[in-house]
Design a protein. Structure first.
Length: 158
């Protein structure tokens, strides 16, 4: 009769699921940080930069800005906003170009972003971005556009 190897069973700690619509930053970082570590382990790409560029008025109030992150040779723009009274004066374009220059200086070759149809997909197209996907009815009655662009001045070979 063949002998069986004893199976080792890890004792599992009981867990519970908690919905937290307004979770604190520490809890959110516990999840995102572990995903980041996994991504670095899987790719070997460990250089990451936050992107935060702001427009400030004479009172030092934030009246616009662009947020994102750089990882894996790509700039991902997550937010671009300019206060309504300052729109159509070139500030959005200037913020976008500043973020792109920042990214190129850090070795990026491309940029990607998302925009809803009621936001600014046409603005991004005018800046040289191409739509590579559209998610219809997100949110209902609207579409979400996914855009990308090769960065001018980016080093080739990546």
């Amino acid at each position: 009769m063949p002998t069986r190897k004893p199976t080792s069973r890890r004792r599992r700690t009981p867990v519970r699921m908690v919905v937290e619509p307004h979770a604190d930053d520490e809890s959110r970082r516990a999840v995102s940080g572990r995903i980041d570590l996994f991504n670095v382990a899987a790719t070997g790409l460990d250089e990451w930069h936050s992107v935060s560029i702001f427009l400030r008025d004479a009172d030092d109030e934030t009246v616009g800005g662009i947020l994102g992150e750089i990882w894996g040779g790509w700039l991902h723009v997550t937010h671009l906003w300019v206060a309504a009274p300052l729109r159509r004066a070139g500030h959005g374009r200037a913020l976008l170009r500043a973020a792109e220059r920042f990214a190129v200086e850090r070795g990026c070759t491309h940029v990607r972003l998302e925009s809803y149809g009621f936001q600014a997909p046409d603005f991004y197209r005018k800046q040289g971005y191409e739509v590579f996907a559209v998610l219809d009815d997100c949110p209902p009655g609207h579409a979400q556009f996914f855009l990308k662009r090769r960065l001018v001045g980016a080093r080739s070979g990546r």
